[in-house]
Ligand binder design. Structure first.
Ligand SMILES: NC(=O)c1ccc[n+]([C@@H]2O[C@H](COP(=O)([O-])OP(=O)(O)OC[C@H]3O[C@@H](n4cnc5c(N)ncnc54)[C@H](O)[C@@H]3O)[C@@H](O)[C@H]2O)c1
Length: 357
């Protein structure tokens, strides 16, 4: 008889990222088993049945939660499903790993976070980029106090023509945002993590549709429904933090950027500066500048799989969530502030009570 695994996992959403990364990641974990999957699409359910041998399938995640006596769920559905799915899972007593963004509003992040805290359950946002070798090498260097106090960060998540074409990304009813919420969230989380999550106080931002409703730039990933396109294709912002630091961010799916894709952040500190993911750094010693590149340790681990491993470990060892909602809420406050600033044309004040210090 096959050995019974310690943790029963349910998957909510069985599309691209679930099939490409999460399900293969879960299959490497000895202590856990994905026993059931919920997806509104029969095609996707058939695909995971055939590809991963998961026979318990549901169209409605609430039925899966009621029937399967799960220990944890992994949410890989479109962004707008994250809050109802996370809240229902927590209500059913499950720990939650949720794809980014955990929610597209600070109100929803707080609601989900408080529910997890009240129930003593683990809640982790799936920020897999923290598990890349370059990010870990930079984080170790920062923890060695090589950067000093960060006074400014530059964050880029820009693409010339890589616009994701599925409704889950371009229809604001499903995604709640364009490149800000899709890719800006990754690079911004990285910068904030390396800065030790300062509290944002003001945001000035812009979010626009420059090209995606017209035909000027052909998408590298195929055609999309122009009528359904209801998010931004470009956004930028300037953020002030309560500790005096500042951050600029640019994010785009379509535009005349010089590089096909640029995913990076650069941190300027009082002792040094560093760029992710290149790991190039600059420091001063005895009055002269020294430039270099950090050594990146070789790793065969897939970042998404390392993230799942860390989630399982925090459940089994009862340690804090590796990516807690109190960090995520600061990232979402900034992205939400960019949209609010576009609407009002003003600089948005992030109220003290809306994000933890
Ligand atoms: N971290 C990463 O590298 C990464 C990459 C891509 C996507 N994502 C995130 O993962 C999530 C899913 O993205 P994707 O690319 O897999 O999208 P996708 O469209 O390929 O898959 C989403 C799946 O969710 C299903 N779904 C829709 N509504 C549902 C519901 N109510 N209940 C259950 N299932 C439902 C859809 O049928 C689909 O199969 C998004 O939040 C996205 O931001 C993360």
């Amino acid at each position: 008889m096959a050995e019974k695994k310690q943790l029963r996992i349910g998957m909510i959403g069985a599309g691209g990222i679930a099939s490409a990364m999460h399900l293969p990641g879960w299959s490497k974990i000895d202590e856990a088993e994905v026993v059931a999957v919920a997806d509104v699409s029969q095609k996707q359910l058939d695909a995971v049945k055939n590809g991963f041998g998961i026979t318990k399938t549901y169209h409605d995640f609430t039925e899966m939660l009621a029937n399967e006596n799960l220990d944890a769920v992994d949410i890989c559905a479109p962004n707008k499903i994250h809050p109802p799915a996370a809240l229902a899972a927590l209500e059913a007593g499950c720990h939650v790993l949720c794809e980014k963004p955990l929610a597209v509003s600070t109100d929803d992040v707080r609601r989900i976070g408080k529910s997890a805290d009240a129930k003593g359950l683990k809640l982790m946002t799936a920020q897999h980029m923290r598990y890349t070798s370059s990010a870990m090498a930079i984080r170790n260097w920062v923890e060695d106090n090589r950067l000093g106090k960060v006074y400014h960060a530059k964050v880029f998540a820009t693409r010339q023509a890589r616009l994701p074409i599925s409704p889950g990304f371009i229809n604001s009813e499903l995604s709640g945002g364009g490149p800000c919420m899709d890719i800006g969230v990754h690079a911004l989380d990285m910068a904030m993590w390396l800065m030790d999550f300062p509290t944002p106080s003001r945001v000035m931002g812009t979010s626009k549709v420059n090209f995606a409703r017209g035909y000027k730039i052909p998408g590298a990933w195929g055609e999309w429904d122009r009528n359904l396109f209801s998010v931004e294709d470009f956004a930028a912002g300037f953020i002030k933090f309560r500790n005096g630091a500042t951050l600029s961010i640019e994010t785009s799916w379509l535009g005349h950027h010089l590089e096909e894709e640029s995913f990076s952040c650069e941190l300027l500190g009082m002792k040094g500066g560093v760029r992710w993911p290149s790991t190039e750094f600059c420091a001063t010693s005895n009055g002269s500048f020294m430039n270099g590149k950090l050594k990146i340790p070789a790793s065969s681990d897939v970042p998404h799989h390392a993230e799942i491993r860390d989630f399982v470990d925090c459940i089994l060892n009862d340690t804090p969530s590796p990516v807690p909602w109190t960090e995520t809420i600061k990232v979402i406050a900034i992205l939400e502030g960019i949209y609010a600033s576009q609407k009002t044309g003003r600089n948005v004040v992030i109220a003290g009570k809306s994000v933890p210090k």
